[in-house]
Design a protein around this ligand. Sequence first.
Ligand SMILES: C[S@@+](CC[C@H](N)C(=O)[O-])C[C@H]1O[C@@H](n2cnc3c(N)ncnc32)[C@H](O)[C@@H]1O
Length: 257
Amino acid sequence: MAKISYRESHKYEGKGAEYEAYYQNKAWQRFLWSREQEIILKILEKYFAGRDVHLLDFACGTGRITELLENRVKTSTGVDVSGSMLAVAKEKLKRTEIIEMDITAENVLKPRKFNLITTFRFFLNAEPELRSAAIKTLAELLDEDGYFVFNNHQNSGSPWIKLRYARHRKKYPEGTFNVMSIEQMKKLAEGAGLEIVEIYPVGFFNPPKIPVSYRLNLAIDWAAGKFDFLNRFSESPIAVCRRKLKTGINKRLSFRT
Ligand SMILES: C[S@@+](CC[C@H](N)C(=O)[O-])C[C@H]1O[C@@H](n2cnc3c(N)ncnc32)[C@H](O)[C@@H]1O
């Protein structure tokens, strides 16, 4: 049987409301989201201080990232292929142009440029063809001096993700449990003429079935983030990319907390 494309995965009725509840009810997801917000705002301050920001939030879904940013940018555009997810986004977003489309099929944004493009919780689960078509299209929409920010929400370097992966494989040998490495993130960016300039680690301590308080998690993230060599073990790293410089100089990839 042919596999269904990730494009179809969030289209069913009620998916938007289900997705919102997932973020509100799960302690680990709430923790990750608080770290993501902190880091996204840090990125905004570091790379865009004093500049007008023209945001494209690709695969914006229910508008989680878009809502955080829309009042901090000059223009805000959100794109998603799912009407169900966008119905929730439309209730939240006040200053965002919302476009329902598959960016890999009909790119109505083509003549425009954005200096900040964000893509969260998309690449990990998108099939290889969709991953590469989407990032290439997004790279074309990125301004010369713009930044592309994306995350990988199941980093294969995380010990807890490794554990979950092994358990899943044992329980459902035919099932799907996607993981992505930092190396794959770099290759994905390079395939679209981009380079990762910085990686921010998110989420270190997520043992299955052991409740860990928000404060303890925050302390662990803070402490682990002090040591560069630990960063690749985080669960949900965020990468900042720009157009690949043509100088041939290979800069060392830096990690930040
Ligand atoms: C897990 S959601 C992420 C939503 C949001 N970025 C977040 O982090 O909360 C992934 C989204 O990708 C969208 N998507 C999948 N393929 C797409 C495509 N080809 N064009 C636009 N959106 C797509 C889905 O409809 C879904 O809403």
